[in-house]
Structure formats: C-alpha cells, structure tokens
Design a protein around this ligand. Structure first.
Ligand code: CAA
Length: 345
C-alpha cells in the first residue's frame, strides 16, 4: 500500500503525496474495505487524522519534516486523543503537556490507539492549561523514538484484528515547542476538525464492508440451491438483497456527498456525521443479513462474511460513536446550520 501511494493519497505532491481529492480517497477506501478493513483503517488514520491535519494546520517546517515520511509510508502515524476516561467526552483530557522552557513535558495514557504499536509519529492531544478547559488543550507531534514512551499490549479485538491497537503511556516525554500544531490552545479544535474528515474515511470504510458483504451474499444466493432452485429465486432472499442494495446505494450517496462538500471547500461537519452514522449502521445491519443468507456457512471462518460482520461493528464506535454522530447532527439542526439538508450540489 505504501509503494502504491495509498498512505498519502491526499497529501500534496510537493510533500511526496498523491495530490488527490477526497472523493478519490473514499473510492480507494471503499474498495480496500470490501476485502480488508484492517488495511483500510491503517490507511484512513494515516491520511485523514495525521497527514491531512499536519498539512492543513502545521507549520511549514513541520510539513517539510514529517509529511514526506508519512505520505510514503516510511513512517506511519497515530492519532492519540482517546484516554481511559475520555472517549466520547473528548474534552476531558487528563494527559498533560506542561511548558518547560522550549519544551512541553508530556504525561498521561492514551487508549485504543490505531497503529499504536507500529507508528513512528504520534499526534497527541494534551491539556496545557487546565483552567481553560478544552481551550487549554494542545496537539503535539511526538516522535516515537522520544525517551519516556511505553507501548501497552496489543488489544485482542472482535474485528479488524490485523490493525494493531494499543494503549500508549507517556512519562515525562520532552517535546519541543516547535512540534505544537497551531497556536496555544488550538489542540481540541484541531482534533474536532480532523475528525470531521476522518469520519468521511470511516464512512467509506463502512460502505465498503457493506458492499463487500452484499457482493458475497448475492453470489451465494445465485449459486446455492434449496427447494429445487437457487435461493435468490425465493422471494424472502431476493427481498433481503433488494433492501441491501437500496440502503448501500443510499449510504454511498451520503459518503460521496460529504467528500464532495469537503473538496468544494464547503462546511461538511454534519454531512460527515450523517454519512458515518448511516453507512456504519448499514454495514452492521447488512453484514448480519449476509451471514444469514449464507446460513451455516456464514458462521464459519472459511467464508469471508463472518469477518465482515465482526469488522462492521467497530465502524459504529471509533472516530465518534453512532450516538456522538447523532449529537453532532442534532446540534446542527438546533443551531439552524442544517436548515436545508436537501440542498443540491
Ligand atoms: N470543528 C472545529 N471545532 C469544533 C468542532 C468541529 N467539528 N466541533 C466542536 N468544535 C469546538 C467548539 O466550537 C468548541 O470550541 P469553543 O468553545 O472554543 O467555541 C469546542 O470544540 C468544544 O465543543 P463543544 O462545546 O461542542 O464540546 P462538547 O464536549 O459538548 O462536545 C463532542 C464535543 C462533539 C462530543 C466531541 O467531544 C466529540 O466529537 N467526541 C467524540 C470523540 C471522538 O470522535 N473520538 C474518536 C477517537 S479517535 C479514533 O477513533 C481514531 C482511531 O484510532 C480510529
């Protein structure tokens, strides 16, 4: 994937990236996710949450120093926001970054970090001014080779088992102040803004999982015979496939629309939340249906659908749970920002 340019698809060519738009990126994520969501989440975090954020908000020096390595996959990046007691409630950061001359001293524990064991660069959110609450949070670029970093055991997960997920402990890690992204106190906005784009990536991943399950279920339904005819010719199975095809297409339109809004420089926060919410719920619902269509064969590891079903679940959880997406969407409705959800492009 690194050699083929997938790790820095949206990074500008001047930093060694592919210079592609968000729509091209989601098309790639969708296809890869039909087969392997572990691969697509490694790619999604590196592109959306690490490279895009550094390119959008980093200093010229940070971009020159880090993007060429990240865009080519020489280095893999991790996004370190979640903590044991700060998951959905991301403003409650307990990790601290205290000023000490030209450095910050980083202390704390991050949880559920995708690429945690293999990454060379961590983008870490930490509280520098507790009294300012979320406005005191900073985002720091932390090199893995810095003394004081300990990587916890690899999590034994239900799905996406080929993506390595770890907790990471920081003990008195010295981070140069020049590695802070954006102005003092910008760290929470950085996290929220990059997550808006990240959610489009996870929505594309969920779409790919659903589409992959649909393709397998369709083929199985055409090949497998019961009561003297292919099960596809039994209306109860055909109607399941009709629902799958319809809802997957609806998810696809939402995901592509969010990507297009981002590419057009328009506000895409609530559309990204809608795309992630709908695509991930669709992936969960229809991977379960795909297993059901396969019957007993769907329940064994020899067939790919049980893996897709296990992988689908995480898309309703990471980069903002379905509940958080509903919160983001409902707040946009309440504030009047989403007054015209049917506006055409
Ligand atoms: N863009 C920029 N700024 C934003 C923003 C956005 N989309 N959304 C909120 N903000 C800003 C607000 O303007 C506000 O700033 P000011 O006070 O300066 O105006 C600040 O952020 C706090 O916002 P709220 O008052 O809305 O905060 P809240 O606590 O009520 O709600 C939340 C925030 C939406 C619930 C947020 O905490 C959230 O999204 N939680 C989910 C966290 C999450 O997605 N975690 C994923 C972990 S990363 C991961 O999974 C990666 C991986 O490895 C796969």
């Amino acid at each position: 994937m690194c050699e083929m340019g997938f790790m820095g698809m949206m990074v500008s060519p001047e930093y060694g990236g592919g210079g592609m738009d968000t729509l091209s990126y989601v098309l790639a994520l969708e296809e890869i996710s039909k087969i392997d969501s572990s691969a697509s989440v490694i790619m999604s975090v590196n592109n959306s949450l690490v490279c895009w954020g550094i390119e959008s908000y980093g200093s010229p020096e940070q971009k020159l120093k880090y993007l060429p390595k990240l865009a080519t996959g020489e280095w893999i990046g991790a996004f370190c926001l979640s903590e044991p007691e700060a998951g959905s409630d991301a403003t409650s950061q307990r990790t601290t970054a205290k000023e000490d001359g030209d450095h910050y001293i980083l202390n704390g524990t991050k949880n559920w970090i995708t690429n945690g064991g293999k990454s060379s660069l961590h983008v870490v959110m930490a509280q520098s001014h507790t009294e300012l609450k979320h406005r005191g949070i900073n985002t720091l670029i932390v090199e893995r080779s810095s003394p004081g970093i300990e990587i916890g055991a690899k999590e034994d997960k239900l799905g996406i088992r080929a993506s390595d997920t770890h907790s990471i402990m920081y003990s008195d890690v010295r981070v140069p102040k020049e590695n802070r992204i954006g102005p003092d106190g910008f760290g929470f906005k950085y996290a929220m803004s990059t997550l808006d784009g990240g959610r489009i990536g996870i929505a594309a991943q969920a779409l790919g999982i659903a589409a992959g399950a649909y393709e397998l279920a369709l083929k199985y339904a055409q090949d497998r015979e019961a009561f003297g005819k292919p099960i596809m010719n039994h209306q109860i199975i055909a109607f399941k496939l009709a629902d799958m095809a319809t809802e997957i297409e609806a998810a696809r339109l939402l995901v592509y629309r969010a990507a297009r809004l981002k590419d057009m420089g328009m506000d895409y926060s609530s559309m990204a939340a809608m795309a992630k919410l709908f695509a991930s719920e669709t992936a969960m619902k229809h991977t379960v249906e795909a297993v059901q269509i396969h019957g007993g064969y769907g329940y064994v590891k020899e067939y790919h659908v049980e893996r897709l079903m296990r992988d689908a679940k995480i898309t309703q959880i990471y980069e903002g749970t379905s509940e958080i997406q509903r919160l983001v969407i409902s707040r946009a409705i309440l504030s009047g920002e989403l007054y015209q959800p049917m506006a055409t492009l």
